[in-house]
Design a protein around this ligand. Structure first.
Ligand code: 13P
Length: 253
């Protein structure tokens, strides 16, 4: 059975001490609740806090991931962080191709593909984001856009490599806007993504792939979204900055 995953993407928020307080509060909450045994929690803090968050780490509570990685292996790339560095910190996950990186840092599908390859070579599971902008949905091009992102970003992988990939569908019009995709809209796209994977890698690989929903996911809508057959969890932005909300979302399974 594929994993249910609730991952928090903190984005570029919080000071070190605020981050420290937040992980403490998440740990306190997690000690009080029992999550479904198939639910994996992941916290993706900014790079400078990765070690601090990992140090809280009891992997039975949560794993830690980065929010980005360089497409280069190493060397003279000032300001970049490599997959080898993340591996040496024993990180298990890394977000790739978030819409904010595509929009503000000109990340293309080819760059996403290169980053995914680097991560897998360093035994880090990529959480690969896809999703259409409002104008694309309004002109009914969402399937075409997501198909291109998935095909060009991921289908260079062998089936064995692909087995470590997690996908996050994040309609850009739902990110940080308070507007959420309806459970039907989410399910329609998740089922479409799974069908693309099945076509390319076969049904078994598709059935084992966790596909997360992201975009204004919160405790009040998580249950309905996660009840959809092809929605295997969430990639959470704003609500992951509040311990109560983040843990409540994980309890939605
Ligand atoms: P929000 O949950 O704040 O809408 O952000 C979603 C997101 O971008 C997670 O990566």
């Amino acid at each position: 059975m594929r994993k249910h995953i609730v991952a928090g993407n903190w984005k570029m928020n919080m000071t070190f001490s605020e981050a420290d307080d937040l992980v403490s509060a998440i740990m306190d909450k997690l000690e009080q609740v029992t999550l479904d045994a198939n639910t994996q929690m992941i916290i993706c803090p900014p790079f400078p806090y990765l070690e601090m968050v990992s140090d809280f780490g009891d992997e039975s509570y949560f794993s830690v991931g980065a929010q980005n990685v360089s497409d280069q292996e190493g060397g003279a790339y000032t300001g970049e962080v490599s997959a080898a560095m993340l591996e040496s910190m024993e990180l298990d996950y890394c977000i790739v191709g978030h819409s904010e990186r595509r929009a503000y840092y000109h990340e293309t599908d080819a760059i996403v593909a290169a980053k995914v390859k680097r991560l897998l070579a360093h035994y880090i599971r990529p959480i690969v984001c896809c999703g259409e902008v409002l104008e694309e949905r309004e002109s009914n091009r969402q399937f075409e856009v997501v198909k291109r992102q998935i095909t060009d970003g991921l289908f260079h992988l062998t089936a064995e490599e692909f087995a470590d990939v997690i996908i996050a569908y994040e309609p850009v019009w739902a990110i940080g806007t308070g507007k959420t995709a309806t459970p039907d809209q989410a399910e329609e796209m998740h089922a479409f993504i799974r069908s693309l994977i099945a076509e390319h890698y076969g049904q078994e690989v598709a059935d084992n792939t966790s596909i997360l929903y992201g975009g204004s996911c919160k405790p009040s809508n998580a249950k309905e979204l996660f009840a959809q057959p092809d929605v295997d969890g969430g990639l959470i932005g704003g609500a992951s900055l509040k311990a109560d909300d983040f843990v409540a979302i994980a309890q939605a399974f």
